[in-house]
Design a protein around this ligand. Structure first.
Ligand code: FES
Ligand code: FE2
Length: 333
């Protein structure tokens, strides 16, 4: 019988240097939830946010294509936009000294810079980021290489019903005082169901979900009595949960804001007149609240420095073990 793996060192959940390495090694190389495509329809519409400490902006260009950039002006690091969303007129104009950039990222005008030998506007352009839309939700990736979002999510598309043409959507945010990995590991762990979500456990007949990790995606095997065709529960490396239940598609992104701060971003997509949606959303919010409470207490205990290393059940916590191994591997590269 195999020995149970030990848990990751607690420094990984508290150390600002580890967090900085994760920003570079994990959050600069993966697809991250940004916002909703419905906010990016007319030329000049933009959405901006800060993802793992990286300010980014996505703008809809004249042809309707989404263009994404670091929200950082190459002159002296001013912001191109300061609101979370809005509309700009034909150009992105830096809020610091007014340099003007086309939606294609070229510097159109270094406003009133004055004469300077060898200064050429062609030497300056915005730093590009990739943007992709999946089922009306916009994701960005700071890495120019690597698989497309469509490719990564295709195993989910095979299991989900076709996208809703104009889904109703609700977005909300839950700040949680824990490291992002505490939340992800909780998501990957069906073991805590009876302890943390007793209502859920009794509905599911006390059968836990089995977690199946393949490449970037973990698929959850629903308990046998549920109809697998009507429900899906998945997780995508490194921090995205996707679930589909009773016609409601829910995305759950654990956005890291610091070594001990995470914001859980929820997006619910559903048919406009879906009568079951309120119950589905209330249920999801309750589960998140229960998870958030336990995760904050876990973080507090990790911070206390008494706990050092625990063990993971080969039966119930294999996905957690694999996640921890992958984080360790990526940070060591
Ligand atoms: S920092 Fe953007 S114009 Fe100066
Ligand atoms: Fe949970």
């Amino acid at each position: 019988m195999p020995r149970p793996p030990t848990t990751a060192p607690i420094a990984l959940y508290r150390d600002p240097e580890v967090f900085e390495r994760e920003r570079q090694a994990i959050f600069s190389t993966t697809w991250q939830f940004l916002g909703m495509a419905a906010d990016l329809v007319r030329p000049g519409d933009y959405v901006a946010d800060v993802i793992a400490g990286f300010p980014v902006v996505v703008v809809c260009d004249e042809s309707g294509t989404l263009r994404a950039y670091h929200n950082v002006c190459p002159h002296r690091a001013g912001p191109l936009v300061t609101e979370a969303k809005g509309r700009c007129d034909r150009a992105l104009v830096c809020r610091f000294h007014g340099w003007r950039y086309g939606f294609d990222g070229r510097l159109l005008e270094a406003t009133d810079f004055g004469p300077a030998d060898g200064f050429d506007t062609a030497d300056f352009r915005l730093l590009s980021v990739r943007a992709e839309t999946w089922r009306g939700v916009v994701f960005i990736n700071l890495d120019a290489a690597g698989a497309s979002l469509a490719e990564i999510l295709s195993p989910l598309d095979e299991r989900l019903p076709p996208p809703i043409h104009r889904p109703a959507r609700i977005r909300d945010r839950h700040p949680v005082a824990c490291n992002w990995k505490v939340f992800v590991e909780n998501y990957l762990d069906g073991y805590h169901q009876e302890g943390v979500h007793p209502d859920l456990a009794s509905k599911a007949g006390a059968q836990r979900h089995e977690v199946n990790l393949q490449g970037d995606i973990a698929l959850y095997q629903a308990p046998a009595r549920q109809n697998a065709a009507e429900s899906l529960w998945a997780w995508i490396w490194p921090n995205l949960g996707v679930s589909f239940y009773r016609g409601v598609l829910m995305l759950e992104s654990a956005r890291p804001e610091g070594p001990d701060r995470t914001v859980i971003e929820h997006v619910f997509l559903h048919e406009p007149e879906d009568p079951g949606v309120d119950a589905a959303i209330l249920n999801a919010e309750r589960i998140t609240h229960e998870d958030a409470l336990i995760n904050e207490r876990v973080q507090q205990n990790l911070d206390a420095g008494v706990f050092q290393r625990g063990v993971l059940s080969p039966t119930h916590e294999e996905a957690v073990a694999r996640f921890q191994a992958r984080v360790a591997r990526v940070l060591a590269e």
